[in-house]
Design a protein around this ligand. Structure first.
Ligand code: PXG
Length: 293
């Protein structure tokens, strides 16, 4: 059966789910989005994702045409209508239909799109072996121009960095901020383990505040691990004992090399393994099973 896609209050089969070519989401990348996972019928960290969606929209002055509770209902209804217990939700809010000028005033009402579909995952062996990463020449967008904390439909700088990863034959590339400090990867946050502590770039270093990042920090603290947000350089990554990335798509993925320097002994580290285990437990138990009863 074809997945059903929610667009502005109606469900359409995937092949018929279309929006206008005059939508400013298409014409200008004017909109915001979220990527969310469903595990065993449970929407993982639903509230955190919806909070970030409304924050991103507020930041770009976009009025989401649904209240929070109507949005929650629309997502839950779309998940139930599709019946996937393990899937990916792509929630998009665009500025809506306008004319060919970029002025958002011409867009009367935003459009809400909810896609629920199977997710493309990294192959299992990448999790066992860990991934190799290169540093991209493309820098992360700077907060003094546009905040990288808003999850907007403008992903071109990340896409250019992803192309650099592709050229190097790596699944991901590391993006630096305008000052040359480590920010994050193209769709993942980065963590280091050094002398038993967990280290990660701070919010002011031009990162998206990842939902999975917050989960990794919580899990580490619950294991009694000290977590610090601080300025991180490439040197710190090269010399880390362990490194991993966090993201909705990747979950927690070990990184075993940056720019051909092996990290630690070049194998996924023990704390990364422990956190991956704790993450697997959490995602199966937290939240309500939408298909129960
Ligand atoms: N940094 C950036 C720039 C991201 O886009 C993350 C970090 C991790 O955040 P979360 O909240 O997911 O832990 C992201 C997440 C996609 C896709 O389809 C992108 C993301 C998430 C899911 C899917 O490209 N970005």
């Amino acid at each position: 059966m074809e997945p059903k896609v929610y667009i502005d209050g109606e469900l359409y089969p995937k092949s018929e789910a279309k929006i206008s070519v005059f939508d400013h989401g298409l014409l200008y990348g004017d909109g915001v989005f979220e990527g969310i996972r469903i595990y065993s019928g449970r929407i993982f960290r639903f509230k955190a994702h919806i909070d970030r969606l409304y924050d991103s929209a507020k930041s770009i002055g976009l009025a989401i045409p649904l209240s929070r509770s109507r949005m929650d209902e629309a997502v839950v209804d779309t998940v139930r209508a599709n019946g996937f217990r393990d899937a990916y939700i792509r929630l998009v809010v665009t500025r809506g239909v306008g004319d060919l000028g970029l002025d958002p005033k011409k867009c009367k009402i935003g459009s809400v799109i909810i896609i629920v579909d199977k997710i493309q995952l990294y192959p299992e062996e990448l999790y066992r072996q860990g991934i190799k990463v290169i540093t991209a020449a493309t820098r992360r967008v700077s907060p003094d121009m546009f905040s990288p904390m808003a999850k907007s439909l403008n992903y071109l700088n990340n896409i250019l960095a992803k192309m650099e990863a592709n050229q190097a034959g790596c699944p991901e590339s590391l993006m630096l901020n305008a000052q040359g400090l480590v920010a994050e990867c193209t769709a993942d946050n980065i963590f280091l383990v050094k002398h038993g502590e967990l280290l990660t770039p701070a919010p002011e270093h031009a990162i998206l505040l990842g939902v999975t990042r917050a989960v990794a920090m919580e899990l580490a603290r619950s294991l009694g691990i000290n977590v610090r947000e601080l300025p991180v350089t490439r040197h710190d990554v090269y010399l880390a004992d362990e490194c991993f990335l966090t993201g909705t798509g990747a979950e927690l993925v070990p990184v075993v090399a940056l720019d051909e320097r092996l990290i630690g002994n070049g194998k996924p580290g023990p704390l990364t393994g422990k956190l991956r285990k704790e993450f697997s437990k959490l995602r199966e138990t937290e939240g309500e099973d939408l298909f129960a009863g």
